[in-house]
Design a protein. Structure first.
Ligand SMILES: C[S@@+](CC[C@H](N)C(=O)[O-])C[C@H]1O[C@@H](n2cnc3c(N)ncnc32)[C@H](O)[C@@H]1O
Length: 238
């Protein structure tokens, strides 16, 4: 297992993650398309809620953890989400954990959203999580934060270090160190596109999607300038 897969296999569901499960339960068809599913952190919660899940991932270490879930309602698809082919419609298309920020450029973001829109049921919704653009732009060289697990378990401390803003490329890069309650520290490299609300609305519009609602770090709170993350709900334009 790579360091990144080990980290995501260990990270708990967070307070804010209940949002995806509630949306998926209310969506038509009982079927979710999850893009960038990682080791299946959210996938397991969706399966636990009785949903059928198509989980798309491209990283080999993440894929082997996903396949190990071996669940009758889970279909694991090895693919670049930007190249996702035809398939059954989903009532909810989920882009969790800053997938859009991780993509290399605006063209890839357009392709992923176009693929997501093609697979979204006409009465369905698309939910996405992105890193707060103003948080990314103002990230100090070093800072700390804390993740609160949904089950009230021990929190995970996160230290951001060596943060740098590539002002022309509009990307923030940093090392994220996650410190778990037993003292284990696992690291991930942040390389995140700064996605402004204007760009996001533009790419959603180009994919035939319209924004239904926008939230801050923990829905239903409203988006604020200091939020680490935002959550956005969109739907196919009638
Ligand atoms: C930050 S991790 C989050 C994993 C999981 N969603 C979670 O919340 O635990 C982002 C995941 O997206 C995957 N990913 C990034 N770009 C992708 C792409 N173009 N197609 C498919 N998966 C991608 C990465 O391999 C990684 O597993």
């Amino acid at each position: 297992m790579t360091d990144r897969a080990e980290l995501y296999a260990r990270l708990p569901l967070l307070e804010s993650d209940g949002w995806w499960v509630e949306l998926a339960r209310a969506a038509p068809l009982g079927r979710v398309l999850e893009l960038g599913a990682g080791t299946g952190r959210l996938t397991r919660a969706l399966l636990g809620a009785g949903l059928e899940v198509e989980a798309v991932e491209q990283d080999p270490a993440m894929l082997s953890a996903l396949r190990a879930l071996d669940h009758p309602r889970l279909q694991v698809v090895e693919a670049d989400a930007a190249e996702l082919g035809e398939g059954p419609a989903a009532g909810l298309v989920a882009l969790p954990a800053a997938l859009l920020n991780e993509l290399p450029d605006a063209a890839a973001r357009r392709r992923v959203l176009a693929a997501a829109a093609r697979r979204c049921h006409p009465q369905g919704q698309l939910a996405l999580h992105l890193l707060g653009p103003w948080w990314l732009v103002r990230l100090p060289t070093r800072s700390t934060g804390r993740l609160h697990p949904a089950d009230g378990g021990p929190s995970v401390d996160v230290t951001v270090s060596g943060a740098e803003l590539d002002a022309w490329g509009a990307r923030s890069r940093a090392t994220l160190s996650y410190c778990f309650a037993d003292g284990t520290v696992l690291r991930d490299q942040l390389d995140a596109a700064v996605i402004s609300p204007t760009e996001l609305c533009g790419v959603l519009d180009a994919a035939g999607l319209e924004v239904v609602e926008r939230y801050g770090s923990v829905p239903p709170a409203r988006p604020c300038i200091d939020d680490v993350a935002w959550h956005v709900l969109a739907r196919p334009r009638p």
